[in-house]
Design a protein around this ligand. Structure first.
Ligand code: ATP
Ligand code: MG
Length: 443
């Protein structure tokens, strides 16, 4: 078992627990990931020591009571990095949402309450002993996600486990054991009992951890879970799902992952009316920032996507087109919008539909990137402001915003017009046109 090499800080913390007379076992995701050949950083420890005893051993100043009710204390290492120590526990009551736990349990009790066999392996650094009562190592070798104990009962205890199983299977390209899969299917229509926060977290983790999330989301859909949890996505189609996989790398060498996750969420909603996107995301308790991001991308996709696609396909994009699109999407969202659009068009092409090539999107992105810094695409970029309108003798009022927008449109058509002289010279004509034009239809 040579791959089980906890970090020096974790070994140090474990040996201090052992010196104080408490067994210290590494448990959970780190063991699983190390056996899969990864190099995990977060090695959670489990021990019979109670939270109070842990705080006594390491001192109050080096410990944070992150989840006392669940028996979890974080211990800070020399560098101030927190490491979790959790008291062995067993569930005394579960209701599909939360568990009530009790201490005074054994390591085997503690492993038995864990969700899947691959997550229920423990390793004790002091003796190098591995405890694996449910055959987790065999399941890792065979590539199987299997519930610990009776799958139906385990899903009933905590419905989130259905989504977790799907995530682990997609993340490691594992199969789901058939009895476990039956229990997941059976769970789908009970998922309303989950809190929005836990569902959101599971969705985000899926987008973050899984290279090709379409498989996971397809399972959410096909088991009925998606329809229950995010009704507006209940019938999400294959192109929308495949788009997620095409948002695989983001930024150089896979950096910028938060952005990838936000873009994947937006991509999932591309066929949903924007007001429903906003509602679905706030129902899932996404932050305002995330909600606005996705809604904006979808809104602009609905408005501009088809036109941009057509123009790129016909290779007939003028500089003025590029500036107009940039002005409408906004500097902040342009990169994300194009990444999502590119992924969507790739998914369409893979599905046999015609759509612009990635090379065409890249070249548009370059043109926009040049425009991002030089061209005027916002009112604030104009060479004159409201003050200049006042000085030109135009009475202040709502007309100012209209005038500035009309000037911006002229500048987007031809950037050479963005000088104070040229803009002021065009004022009489612009104002006259605004006064003549019938009031725009309100909707
Ligand atoms: P990740 O890489 O996503 O963090 P993880 O396995 O570390 O994966 P955590 O959610 O951090 O997952 O949980 C740590 C461990 O706690 C799991 O490996 C599992 O043993 C146990 N666990 C977590 N959630 C549940 C649950 N809902 N039911 C039972 N056991 C769970
Ligand atoms: Mg974890």
């Amino acid at each position: 078992m040579h791959r089980l090499r906890p970090t020096p800080s974790v070994l140090d913390i474990a040996s201090r627990l052992e010196q104080a007379g408490f067994e210290a076992w590494c448990v959970g995701g780190a063991i699983r990931d190390a056996l899969l050949g990864g190099e995990p950083l977060d090695w959670d420890l489990a021990s019979p020591a109670t939270p109070d005893q842990v705080r006594e051993i390491f001192g109050r100043r080096r410990t944070i009571p992150v989840g006392i009710a669940f028996g979890t204390v974080s211990v800070l290492d020399e560098a101030g990095v927190p490491h979790e120590i959790t008291t062995f526990r067993r569930d005394v009551r579960t209701d599909g949402r939360h568990a009530e736990v009790e201490f005074g349990a054994s390591l085997d009790d503690d492993l038995a309450r864990r969700d899947f066999t691959i997550n229920a392996i423990a390793f004790r650094p002091r003796t190098s002993e591995v405890r694996d009562p449910f055959g987790g190592q065999d399941d890792i070798k065979a590539g199987i996600v299997r519930a610990v104990g009776d799958p139906e009962q385990r899903m009933r205890e905590d419905r989130l486990r259905a989504l977790r199983a799907i995530r682990f299977a997609a993340r490691y390209r594992f199969a789901i054991d058939s009895a476990t899969l039956d229990a997941i299917r059976e769970s789908a229509h009970h998922l309303t009992r989950l809190s929005a926060e836990r569902v959101q977290q599971e969705l985000v983790k899926t987008m973050q951890q899984v290279d090709a999330p379409s498989g996971a989301l397809r399972m959410w859909r096909d088991t009925g879970a998606l329809g229950v949890l995010v009704p507006s996505l209940g019938a999400v189609d294959e192109v929308a799902l495949a788009t997620l996989d095409h948002l695989a790398r983001d930024g150089a060498a896979g950096r910028d992952l938060p952005q990838r996750t936000s873009n994947r969420i937006a991509a999932m909603f591309l066929d949903t009316p924007p007001h429903q996107v906003r509602a679905a995301m706030s129902d899932l308790r996404f932050s305002k920032h995330e909600t606005n991001w996705a809604t904006h991308i979808v809104e602009r996709w609905v408005r501009l996507g088809p036109g941009i696609g057509e123009a790129l396909g016909a290779d007939s994009v003028s500089d003025a087109d590029a500036r107009r699109w940039l002005a409408s999407i906004g500097r902040l969202h342009a990169g994300g919008f194009l990444r999502v659009a590119d992924a969507r068009w790739q998914a369409m092409r893979a599905g046999g539909l015609s759509a612009p090539s990635s090379a065409a999107v890249r070249s548009l992105h370059k043109r926009m990137a040049r425009g991002l810094f030089s061209a005027a695409v916002e009112i604030g970029d104009l060479a004159i402001s409201g003050d200049d309108l006042r000085r030109a003798g135009i009475p202040a009022g709502p007309i100012y915003a209209k005038i500035l927008h009309a000037l911006l449109e002229r500048v987007i058509e031809n950037p050479a017009r963005n000088t104070p002289e040229a803009l002021l010279a065009s004022l009489p004509q612009v104002v006259a046109a605004l006064q003549e034009s019938p009031p725009s239809a309100k909707h």
